[in-house]
Design a protein around this ligand. Sequence first.
Ligand SMILES: Nc1ncnc2c1ncn2[C@@H]1O[C@H](COP(=O)(O)OP(=O)(O)OP(=O)(O)O)[C@@H](O)[C@H]1O
Length: 691
Amino acid sequence: MESRLPKPSTIKKPTPAIKPILPSDRIKGPGTSNANLTQPPLSRDIGNIQNILPRNGVGAAARARAASPEPSKPLAFLNRHKLRRSRSACDINEMRQTMKRGAPTLPTIPSKLTRLGNNTTNSSAATGRAASRPLATAVKRTVAGGPTVASSSNTTASRPLARVAATGVNKAKPGAASGPPAKRIAPYDFKARFHDLLEKHKSLKTKYEKQIEDMGELESMPAQLEETQNKLIETERKLSNVETDRECLKRQVNQQISKIEAITTSLGITKDELSKLQTVHKEVETQHAALSVEVQELRERNEQLMISNEQLNNDLTTCREQLFQSNMERKELHNTVMDLRGNIRVFCRVRPPLDTEMGRMCCSWSYHDEATVELQSLDAQSRNKGSGQQIFSFDQVFHPQCTQTDIFEMVAPLIQSALDGYNICIFAYGQTGSGKTYTMDGVPDNSGVIPRTVDLLFDSIKNYRNLGWEYVIKATFLEIYNEVLYDLLSNEQKDMEIRMAKNAGKNDIYVSNITEETVTDPNHLRQLMQAAKMNRATASTVGNERSSRSHAVTKLELIGTHAGKQEMSVGSINLVDLAGSESPKTSIRMTETKNINRSLSELTNVILALLQKQDHIPYRNSKLTHLLMPALGGNSKTLMFINVSPFQDCFQESVKSLRFAASVNSCKMAKAKRNRYLNSSSASNNSSCEK
Ligand SMILES: Nc1ncnc2c1ncn2[C@@H]1O[C@H](COP(=O)(O)OP(=O)(O)OP(=O)(O)O)[C@@H](O)[C@H]1O
């Protein structure tokens, strides 16, 4: 009969989780009854599973076995049963090993169940709780399936077996036994019992598989737990990071709040400023609108002005043309007046005694009018000879109280003629110490003719510029000493000669190797004059401790161009400070005195020849007349100052100079003399007669 039973090896092996559920101590324990031993090992194991699942412990299994109808077996049968069971256990172990290879960390079912039992009472273990839920669910399913198994077994199994099963199920869960009572299978009906067992086996197998599935879920729980723990740690770490970030963000938020507050404050200020600026902007806009209107008006006005300006320009051009023509007429008239006054004019100047000369006796000077002076000697011998009283007439007589300004007023028209293209020569003739240098150069605080001429020239050039004339002034400074020429702007020893210009008119003369400076302003010219003065040769004489013993000639060449009219005018001014005429009786430098007197005599001869309109003018008899040839003859105008000293001891020299000047003046006035005679001797009468 035992051979009809299927061998344990043919029965589908239980899963490895069975072993922990069926510990050996339960099989061998004191609770083990003979009734259990009479059961087939496999059926008993399955029954044990159902007894264990409700976790009733050994007592529940013992009761289930006690309920079994089978009698107790002898010891031999028990050993055989052990062998079968060991084989079944071996199978189970084999399955477990197989599962371990697939899932090495799968825990054993008993431990799980034990933990499950413990976990139901110990609620403090979180993991136990987590694991107990699916297990409890599995157990519930197992218990709930009990009646089903019992019910199904009723159809095929014997009544005793069904009762055992029903009893076991009912004991595991008393309320669940609600079906009809199971039929009792006779103990000898092994076939029925076998079928019943097969059914149970199937049922249990199904349950077992479900439990295996549940156990699989449970097996994955530690990993899930570990994963959850890792996730928890990671989450905690993240949370920490989040906390840190939150703190940072909180600080940043605080900073941002502070910034926002500051910005809000500045925004308020800015708003105020904006409001002010808007107000200003409105004002500016209003002003801009007003200014725009003004600009428009000004533009219209500008257009009108442009039109009127164009008309004025045309008028100005016309006026300039008329002015130019008028200026030309003025030049001609001026020249005519100068001609009528005479190309050679003579001015007499009597200097005052100096403070240091108050002890010297002066002659008696009587100034009848502007042009007549009477000189009377205080010496009785001279009176007895009839030479003590002399009357002289000149173009102008300047008494000692006349100032440098008075002098220059009479000189200025000649300077004007120089700008108009005439050659002018102004020289001072007189005894040593009579005031020639004072008249020509002046003193620092009272400038003479030459510095005033410079100022007048540059002032006139400015006015002429408005008429379209541009002038260039070239200056030379030379000295004639003992009939030798010296360049006063250079200390070098030069061989200087008076030469005629090659391609020029007959009176165009130049000096070779002389330094010629182009003057751009009055100060520059004054500097040149100062340098020339320093270089001038001086020597002390009896009459004057600083008397000049040479002729100093300052020549200013005035070159004017009118670009619009393509005209050019070249004039010159020769300003000559002659050496003092000195009697050879009183001179200690006879050579100098002879040369000086000879050159002065030649000058007199030239002037007289010019006035008498002689065919030959002896210019070349002296360096001085040769040099002044362009300025003395032809179209030139000459002004001679006769300087005399007021002193009695200078009476003879004064009379000599005045006679020479009077002779010049008498020749010059030969034609006018008649007019003069008609209108007494005043200059004003002369002018009226000339007209
Ligand atoms: N009109 C005047 N008013 C005041 N002082 C004058 C006048 N004329 C000349 N003097 C003075 O008389 C002195 C002699 O004059 P200045 O040197 O000009 O004579 P000079 O004729 O040039 O002599 P020299 O021929 O020796 O050069 C100078 O001290 C000068 O300042």
